[in-house]
Design a protein around this ligand. Structure first.
Ligand SMILES: [Zn+2]
Ligand SMILES: [Zn+2]
Length: 430
């Protein structure tokens, strides 16, 4: 290992207890997307102590600090996500809000702050060129809860994903490449991820006495049932290579058992590996929904909300990351895994710049589940801090960061993501 990287790792080790405390503090105060105020305060406090310039309250709770060497060179972003999930049945869930860090984002913030601390000390920047920006990002976990819906309605956010919002606000305009390390239980990086769109569907029928005169009503729940069956019938048309996932819930299934339900609301997510496959599956879901409304003579409203873009990881950055992993642990290898059917707004960032979204070791159980737990805080928090900082150093030393596929660019990306948004209404009453 060269002297500079050795010093960076020493700096991180010297601050280990502070970083683990930050992680525990965030674990004990989990917050849902775009409400991460206490978590953002932790980030701000560390940046203030480091005396590096930063801007906070970006996209509500996001923050961006800059370490500028004053010499020309690329700008590399290191990221950490601020938000928790809603899972009230988890033993560690917040009693009031039901929030809990079952995706391990509290670990990411500690890693981000570890990298920022190490690179800001010991005159490290004198030996580098270019800039490193440290960005804490709100709301990675997609959700259309009341708070986020209100923020959108009031024009305070445009997108439900924090990175999407930050892209549109220009936070990444000067960034050449970005790295994020997600908590995990195996060193790996997936080649790609699904993207998705979400749909809010409201069937409107007609209420009537369910025993006395059901024939006078229009049953919105039956319309939804037919729609769900039609959606299931579409599954054989999805190609294996597109990795389509369609999953929905009924949010409101009627008000009283003795009344024919006149309003039923559903939410559906449609995921796939390419924009074309998402668009194709989404059109089939719309047709299925219309079939339900048409059969029952109901009205239906379909609102399509942009989700996240498919993600592609950059192999060249992964190679540098793996070399650094080997410096810390000669036996470890960074596995490149195949396509991952889940989604993240890191995919949106991969539409405009080369990114690495890798996984660490140190957590056990399943993501977003009651058995999720951190088994090794050092592996989950401290090691990723070192790997991000070391790989950022490599990227600053690289003249040209390999771009292994065609990027959309910010304007085309925003145009494409906004094109998904629409609201349609159909009426099949006589
Ligand atoms: Zn998650
Ligand atoms: Zn996550």
């Amino acid at each position: 290992m060269d002297n500079l990287k050795e010093q960076i790792c020493k700096n991180i080790d010297a601050h280990q207890s502070m970083l683990l405390e930050v992680a525990s503090e965030i674990w004990n105060n989990p917050e849902i997307g775009y409400r991460e105020f206490k978590t953002a305060a932790q980030v701000k406090r560390v940046f203030e102590n480091l005396k590096i310039p930063f801007k906070d309250n970006i996209a509500i709770t996001g923050c961006r600090a800059v370490l500028d060497t004053g010499k020309p060179g690329p700008t590399i972003a290191l990221l950490g996500e601020l938000d928790a999930l809603y899972l009230p049945s988890h033993t560690a869930a917040d009693k009031e809000t039901g929030a809990v860090h079952v995706c391990g984002h509290h670990l990411q913030i500690a890693s981000l702050l570890g990298a920022a601390t190490a690179l800001s000390e010991s005159n490290i920047k004198d030996y580098l060129t270019g800039r490193i920006v440290f960005i804490s990002v709100p709301s990675e976990e997609f959700g259309m809860d009341l708070n986020r819906a209100a923020l959108k309605r009031d024009g305070k956010i445009e997108f439900f994903g924090g990175k999407q919002e930050m892209i549109s606000l220009g936070v990444f305009d000067d960034v050449d490449a970005a790295i994020m390390v997600h908590s995990g239980n195996e060193y790996h990086y997936p080649a790609s991820y699904n993207g998705f769109v979400s749909k809010k569907i409201i069937f409107r029928g007609k209420a009537s006495h369910a025993g006395l005169s059901p024939e006078l009503g229009v049953n919105a729940l039956n319309a939804a049932n037919i729609a769900l069956n039609a959606i299931n019938a579409q599954r054989e048309t999805f190609r294996d290579e597109d990795n389509v996932r369609v999953h929905g819930i009924i949010v409101n299934g009627g008000g009283a058992v003795n009344i024919i339900p006149d309003t039923v609301e559903m939410e559906v997510q449609i995921r796939a590996g390419t924009i074309a496959a998402i668009t194709d599956a989404a059109a089939k879901i719309d047709r299925s929904v219309l079939a339900g409304a048409m059969a029952m003579g109901a009205a239906v409203e379909i609102e399509t909300i942009p989700g996240y873009m498919p993600l592609r990881n950059n192999d060249a950055i992964a190679k540098l990351y793996e070399q650094n992993l080997n410096m810390l642990n000669s036996k470890a290898c960074l596995k490149k895994t195949g396509h991952r059917a889940s989604s993240t707004d890191m995919g949106d960032l991969s539409c405009i710049i080369p990114i690495l979204h890798a996984y660490s070791c140190g957590v056990e159980g399943n993501f977003h589940s009651c058995d999720f737990r951190v088994a090794d805080m050092v592996k989950a928090c401290i090691e990723p801090a070192k790997l991000m900082a070391m790989t950022a150093v490599d990227l600053l030393r690289t003249n040209k960061i390999a771009r292994d596929y065609e990027f959309m660019g910010k304007e085309k990306y925003l145009e494409s993501i906004r094109a998904f948004a629409n609201k349609k209404e159909f009426k099949y009453q006589d």
